[in-house]
Design a protein around this ligand. Structure first.
Ligand SMILES: [Fe+2]
Length: 309
């Protein structure tokens, strides 16, 4: 069939009718969103002369991805989660909010209610022989004042690139903790250096990326939610410097302000002082939180999370 087969006016009218714009009931917001999505989808189908087989392949793909609970991975893979971050950045800028730590995507692998620890924690269960990592820092407000009692909720992959509760079995909440900052806003944890990881082989996400000629790899990173009374929730990650995919993240999560240096400690006295018998890595990273402000768009995202089994 030729492209541009029907008039824009006919498409507009059909999309509006299908979205119930001529009906009094329903949810006006949902109706308008559906109306515009439908119209744009019809436009793409018409302009590109999408065949019926291609159309139903697309529907089938979404169904398969949903059945496999992969939409939370497809969304960052096609840059939409990063796009939402960019919009929130701009909305905050327009609201006069700045100076906080850069946000970046949450991803689909958060589990709530990790064990809560005061001031410091050990995240790993001792079964991973990867490089030992100490990470520490302070939580500040944008004026440089420490924020005591903030909760640093941290989660990351093991040295093979797998998260507890997902993939090969690990102990519950391995590499996941919530750490409450001390009177100076300090947090500190011992863990294992995470590895980067890729979309599961054979997954729907990987299939889609392959069709676009893209890889599905993420550089090594550590996720954080940082919360404190009176402050805007911060959702972010740090990247591990030196990773091959540092600036080629399939999920578009890397941001320049979120790549702290990694110090490799090889000095025998320091290793001994840390109570270890092999070299380790150290990262320092401070978080800056912005105060909650009436009227500013919320940074708390209500979305479906996996639950601990
Ligand atoms: Fe991750």
């Amino acid at each position: 069939m030729p492209a541009n087969l029907i008039s824009k006016t006919d498409m507009k009218a059909l999309a509006a009718k299908a979205a119930g714009l001529d009906q009094p009931g329903g949810d006006p917001r949902v109706k308008e969103v559906v109306n515009r999505l439908l119209y744009r989808l019809m436009q793409v189908i018409d302009e590109l002369d999408v065949s019926m087989d291609e159309f139903w392949a697309g529907v089938g793909y979404l169904g398969e991805a949903a059945k496999a609970n992969e939409l939370g991975l497809v969304v960052p893979g096609i840059a939409l989660e990063h796009f939402l971050d960019l919009r929130l950045d701009e909305a905050e800028r327009l609201a006069g909010l700045d100076g906080g730590t850069a946000r970046t995507i949450e991803g689909p692998l958060y589990i709530s209610d990790a064990p809560l620890c005061k001031h410091e924690a050990r995240l790993d269960d001792g079964t991973d022989d990867g490089e030992i990592l100490f990470m520490e820092g302070q939580v500040f407000d944008t004026k440089g004042r420490p924020v005591p009692g903030a909760i640093v909720d941290v989660w990351h992959a093991n040295s093979f690139g797998f998260y507890s509760f997902f993939g090969p079995p690990q102990s519950p909440y391995n590499l996941r903790r919530r750490i409450e900052t001390d009177a100076e806003g300090r947090y500190r944890f011992r863990s294992i250096m995470p590895s980067g990881y890729g979309c599961p082989p054979g997954s729907n996400t990987e299939k889609l990326l392959a069709m676009m000629g893209r890889h599905g790899q993420r550089p090594a990173h550590i996720h954080f939610f940082v919360t404190a009374d009176g402050y805007r929730q911060l959702t972010t990650q740090i990247n591990i410097d030196g990773d091959k995919y540092l600036h080629d993240d399939f999920a578009f999560g890397t941001r320049d302000d979120l790549i702290p240096p990694v110090e490799r400690v090889t000095n025998a006295a320091e290793i001994h002082k840390a109570g270890l018998n092999k070299p380790f890595a150290r990262i320092e990273f401070d978080f800056k939180m912005t105060r909650e402000q009436a009227g500013a768009p919320s940074t708390i995202v209500r979305r479906e999370h996996a639950v601990a089994a």
